[in-house]
Design a binder for this molecule. Sequence first.
Ligand code: ADP
Ligand code: MG
Length: 618
Amino acid sequence: DSSNTKLPFQAEVAQLLHLVTHALYSNKEIFLRELISNASDACDKLRFEALDHPELYEDQSELDVRLSFDKAARTITITDKGIGLSRQEAIENLGTIAKSGTKDFVSKLSGDQKADAQLIGQFGVGFYSGFIVADKITVESRRAGLPAEQGVRWVSAGAGDFEVADITRPERGTRITLHLRDDADEYLNAWKLKQIVGKYSDHISLPILMEKEEWKEGENDQPGDMVKTGEWETVNKANALWSRPKKDITPEQYEEFYKAVSHDYEAPLAWSHNRVEGSTEYTQLLYIPSKAPFDLWNRDKSAGVKLYVKRVFIMDDAEALLPSYLRFVKGVIDSSDLPLNVSRELLQESRDVKAIREGSTKRVLGMLEDLAKKQKTAPESAEGKIDVGSGESVPAPDPTESAADVTDVVDKKATPAAEAAAEYADESGKYARFYAEFGAVLKEGLGEDFGNRDRIAKLLRFASTTSDAVSVSFADYKARMKEGQDAIYYITADTLAAAKNSPQLEVFKKKGIEVLLMTDRVDEWALNYLTEFDGTPLQSVAKGAVDLGKLQDEAEKKAAEEAAESFKPLLEKLKEALKDKAGDVRVTTRLVDSPACLVVQDGGMSTQLARMLKQAGQ
Ligand code: ADP
Ligand code: MG
């Protein structure tokens, strides 16, 4: 019978299911968050498709999500009036992992449950999280626009396979029934379910409804119980979080929203929520994550900012909204000016989008500057000194945006978990954490965003010959420059050890001149775009004849000249012997202990860049 078919899960799904049911056990309740967020996504998709095809509403344009439970049958049901699934979509979307990100994730699983549970959170396991509490899941659905007879029932016990059958389902959308495991009794309780909705799904813009219950006294010595009244009530706030006034939003709600939009498990480092008014009006709620995703280096992967137009979801990952070097930023931008049917192509050309992109870029740089400032001024050991959960916000006014723009950068407040609270109380460590995760990406901005190059340069941090920690800014460096020093010296290498032990540093060490040690692969490329900082030129110690200028005393200069003169015959011989390999051979003052070193001619390709190109097969 073709209507009732048994199909195996894709290998990755089977793996994921096993993990979900075991590793996520300590955080069971997230299943509800995932299923409600899918219901909400399904409604967003319907609204979007209905922009061009209003008939998809089938005279039912009031969308909501209904949550109910049946104590006797031990089931929880989540019903939406969203886009629904066709038979084929049910097979494809519920039986395979379509997203490459998730596939990638599965391939990284170590088999160590603790580590894997961490990983899983970074991706969000979505639909399959239902199997944490259910030993069987039934999905009944009909896709918007299809006739009632083309409904589908999908059933699985979460082991190796699932079954699909054709059903008749007059209602559009999806109903998911979880048949609870024996140890999941706690969820057969209205209070418990409401509490979870409040915790994870309050920001969902769709109403989430539950049937009202009332207490009924028991008769004939039977105990009383709660009974359903047949009346439904909304149990979440039901308006989009970013559209609410800031004063009504708690840090916990901001965090939950972040986790929902980013699929991140950890709390963000910082966020910024503003309404920008003026010629282009929009709301931005932007977050800086505390951990880099696996695919950070994939520049083709667009940014994590969702675009809404007047609260209607338009698209994920709208790359036109932020430059690529800020692709780590997550959040939402809601415009009041763009047309609802805006396409990716239109986005690229829109003047409003340009204004949004510029405003959002400035906002993110502002957030980073704010974190950097705190990093600098906070005491080394902040324990006990910083008021945990003090909750005050830090204004970061931006003169380039209109005065109506209310701004703040609110950092993490106290969380119930004392451990997390202690960690986040240490404001002073946040910029270092950010930089360790995303600093190398930020550097791409030097080559990508000329307008903000100076601001980006100020945000950069390096190790140096006086600091192993990647914490030295160009400004710090300049403040420590020796009298007579007129350049910022740096060296690029593959590792910190290689940089530190380079013979090219000898003379700098001897004279006590600090040299920045650059070990990120992008440094070489990025520094092509930064020739000076605040009027002081940047100079690679590995290039050309390093001119120490006024730092070199007369006696040294004279000694060098004399040496060059007396070694002339030797130099000629060396030049002749090395004529295919070296462009020039000269007497140097840059070495103290080593007899010789290689340098790159001024304007030449650095040794590190040459190595990189060679690796790339060029
Ligand atoms: P994600 O939501 O990140 O895409 P999920 O595992 O949560 O991943 O869901 C997988 C897919 O199943 C969704 O992308 C969607 O196509 C489909 N799906 C899940 N729940 C629903 C629903 N309530 N209505 C329609 N489609 C759904
Ligand atoms: Mg999902």
